[in-house]
Ligand binder design. Structure first.
Ligand code: SAM
Ligand code: SF4
Length: 336
């Protein structure tokens, strides 16, 4: 395949899905320890030499455009704890084929970093925020400061990093009594609140049975308060999320239903782990080692061929199991 791979616009996998989106985990480290994501002591971080350098990541992204990648999201771990992240944003923003560059963050470092990131070329952010109550936010994140995270949200709005999306993982007994308060944020301001179903990864496996709340139940609760939600067709970077609007609202309400819905049919993505492996499917364990090829001095064409192979190896659907072996990776290692 290698030699013949020109620059293509979104490569189709074997199931006629157009794969044009690369999620890049830039670090497996984090400044929080969310209960459903990590143990209190954190996940053992990979040795520094195992982690792709920023230059290597930029090279992989450049090569990926030959396999049809047009959208990139930087994630982690917490992407803003990776030193030099602005340099990476700058490099990716200058790759002409990339037309959407976004970042998923817990927002704590946004108050100081949002402006340089925007200047470097970042277009938009998703901020994870599971609670609007300071004590509860601190409990779920094991020590996070809600005020700082909220300042990050305000900064993103002020700088026009639109659409500003807020991600809330709903967990029964943790924050399911805040669904309406979170949805209410969309009424007055251009905020896009996305309710994410808890997935039984890593540390969530232990709380999944009691904590899982289906997106349909969340939507029903919101509609019982705000009336029927209108489906919104297109929001930048929609992917597998479905978006709705409450009557007269400035923002939207989204649902990401990985467990209860068949999001796999709308899957448009490939993942690059911090240690340089391509993961065709979040729910499978199959990974393809890109780093070895990269460090052997492979050219863009060869890298693109391996990325194209990963696209072709995407399974039709992932299997979410509620009991996953402990050796499997945590969400922070996979890039969410
Ligand atoms: N640290 C950044 C953040 O929290 O936004 C980026 C990485 S984090 C792994 C990406 C997303 O995955 C977050 O929105 C987080 O809430 C979500 N996440 C983590 N564990 C999850 C789980 N078990 N089920 C569903 N979503 C999860
Ligand atoms: Fe860190 Fe994000 Fe995981 Fe929370 S969800 S522990 S912020 S990587």
């Amino acid at each position: 395949m290698g030699a013949g791979l020109g620059v293509v616009d979104g490569m189709e996998d074997r199931f006629q899905r157009e794969i044009n989106y690369l999620r890049v985990s830039v670090t497996d480290r984090c400044n929080l320890r969310c209960l459903y994501c990590m143990p209190a002591e954190g996940v053992p971080a990979a040795p520094r030499e195992e982690i792709l350098t920023l230059e290597e990541i930029a090279r992989v992204v450049r090569a990926s455009t030959r396999a049809g990648v047009r959208k990139v999201r930087l994630t982690g771990g917490e992407p803003l704890v990776r030193r030099g992240i602005e340099r990476l944003v700058y490099a990716i923003a200058r790759i002409p084929e990339i037309d959407d560059l976004a970042l998923t963050t817990n927002g704590l470092l946004l108050p100081s970093m949002a402006a340089p990131l925007k200047e470097a070329g970042l277009r938009r952010v998703n901020i994870s925020l599971d609670s609007l109550r300071p004590d509860r936010y601190a409990y779920i994140t094991r020590g996070g400061d809600l005020k700082t995270a909220w300042q990050g949200v305000e900064k993103a709005l002020e700088l026009g990093l639109h659409p500003v999306k807020l991600n809330a993982v709903v967990v029964r007994g943790f924050n399911d009594d805040e669904i309406l308060d979170l949805a209410r944020l969309t009424l007055e301001r251009p905020l896009h609140v996305r309710f994410i179903e808890l997935m039984p990864f890593g540390h969530a496996a232990a709380i999944f049975a009691g904590g899982y709340v289906p997106a349909a139940a969340i939507k029903a609760q919101i509609e019982s308060e705000f009336g029927p939600l209108q489906e919104v067709r297109k929001l930048k970077g929609s992917g597998p999320a479905r978006y709705y609007r409450a009557a007269g609202a400035a923002g939207t309400i989204g649902f990401i239903s990985a467990v209860g819905d068949h999001i796999c049919r709308r899957c448009n993505r490939l993942r690059l782990t911090a240690s340089g492996s391509l993961r065709p499917c979040l729910f499978g364990e199959h990974e393809i080692d890109l780093k070895a090829l990269l460090r052997r001095g492979a050219g863009d064409e060869e890298l693109a061929a391996l990325i194209a192979r990963a696209i072709k190896e995407k399974p039709p659907a992932g299997h979410i199991r509620s009991h996953r072996p402990a050796r499997e990776k945590a969400m922070s290692q996979l890039g969410g």
